[in-house]
Write a protein that binds this ligand. Structure first.
Ligand code: NAD
Ligand code: AKB
Length: 331
């Protein structure tokens, strides 16, 4: 079971890449009925049996959120609903509205309803021109070049503001690109690091939209879930930072990723055709210093590139053999 002051959790953005796996983990820890999943879109049919409450909600609609928080007697919100970097460049006003208005709604309701805790992820997208790209420190200049990055800087500042001014317990961590085998990513720049594995198990050539030498910080989903839950459950008094913990695990180039796949699938074929996402990737760091997370709440990742590739290929090959590689495909 989890810590005693977390009893009933709302996860927004529960149908997304991270939310869809986090809900299952939290339901095991806290009990299925105590974790309410929520998204703009309904769960995929095969997940409906996963048992546990679900609410359709738009996070920009504060009244609807308030009604859900009250009715389910929620004390903790894990706020995953967002528009990611690539989609955010295509629809910047939508990204601002969902990422900033959505978060303010959650923070205002946390204050009004006296919630115990809010966790809202940030991203390596907060970094940009002028910050060191290797081992990027916790405290550095934040000048993002994407609308997504701008919303994430605003989100970190908002979390810290609500901690300082209203005593709301708000926490956040700067995820690197997350790689996972269950739910496909939803419109980010680092999505190639997931899509490449699907192409490999299907025996297709992969057209990579960033160059071979593009090197970014990444993390495997089990580590992402572990870190998220660790920060969620950390003792508030042990935290010096709040909304902006750097979080790291591994860094690799697109070429190194392809090479790790070729160790198992020697015939795997990739071509590099950089598009508008190359400039976004180039604006982000290559590696991250996460010593504050290690010091303040005991962060330590478990997976490196080799272990992640083995696990990704095992899982996806199994699903491919069963004819259900993609979510929503019949078994
Ligand atoms: P995702 O795009 O896969 O999922 C986001 C979910 O939010 C989707 O299911 C979408 O339907 C939902 N959503 C969008 N607009 C909404 C609205 N108005 N109301 C309610 N729901 C809405 O994103 P993810 O990868 O699961 O990311 C979760 C969080 O982690 C986000 O804050 C994201 O910025 C952050 N993050 C993710 C990564 C990554 O690589 N996945 C990296 C860094 C940070
Ligand atoms: C994206 O590429 O937008 C996300 C992120 C690193 O925030 N995966």
């Amino acid at each position: 079971m989890g810590t005693t002051d977390i009893k009933r959790i709302l996860v927004t953005g529960s149908e997304g890449q991270i939310g869809s796996e986090l809900v299952g983990d939290l339901r095991e820890r806290y009990g299925a009925d105590n974790v309410v999943a929520s998204d703009l879109r309904a769960p995929a049919a095969e997940e409906e049996g996963q048992a546990g409450p679900f609410e359709i909600a738009d996070v920009t609609d504060r009244q609807r959120l308030a009604e859900i928080l009250r009715r389910h007697r929620i004390d903790t919100v894990v706020h995953m609903a967002a528009i990611l970097s690539a989609k955010g460049e295509r629809e910047p006003a939508l990204a601002w509205n969902v990422n900033v208005t959505g978060l303010i709604n959650v923070l205002e309701l946390a204050r009004e309803l006296d919630l115990n805790r809010v966790l809202c992820p940030s991203s390596i997208a907060v970094f940009g021109a002028g910050c060191p790209s290797e081992n990027t420190p916790q405290e550095t200049v934040l000048l993002p070049s994407t609308m997504y990055g701008i919303t994430k800087v605003a989100g970190e500042l908002l979390c810290d503001y609500y901690v300082d001014h209203f005593g709301v317990d708000a926490r956040g961590l700067r995820y690197p690109g997350i790689v996972s085998a269950e739910t496909l990513p939803g419109g980010g720049t680092t999505d190639y690091a997931v899509e490449i594995y699907y192409a490999a198990v299907e025996g297709k050539q992969f057209r990579c939209y960033v160059g071979e030498d593009t090197r970014l910080p990444m993390m495997y989903m089990p580590d992402c879930i572990k870190g998220t839950v660790q920060l969620l459950e950390a003792d508030f008094d042990s935290l010096e930072h709040h909304g902006n913990f750097n979080l790291a695990s591994m860094s690799f180039s697109a070429g190194e990723l392809a090479e790790s796949i070729r160790r198992r699938i020697p015939e795997f074929d990739i071509v590099y055709e950089p598009d508008y996402r190359q400039a976004i990737a180039d604006s982000w760091p290559s590696s991250i210093d996460d010593s504050a997370a290690r010091r303040e709440w005991g962060w330590s990742p478990s997976y490196d590139l080799g272990a992640m590739t083995e696990d990704m290929l095992d899982r996806l090959s199994r699903r491919h053999a069963e004819g259900r590689l993609y979510k929503g495909q019949p078994a």
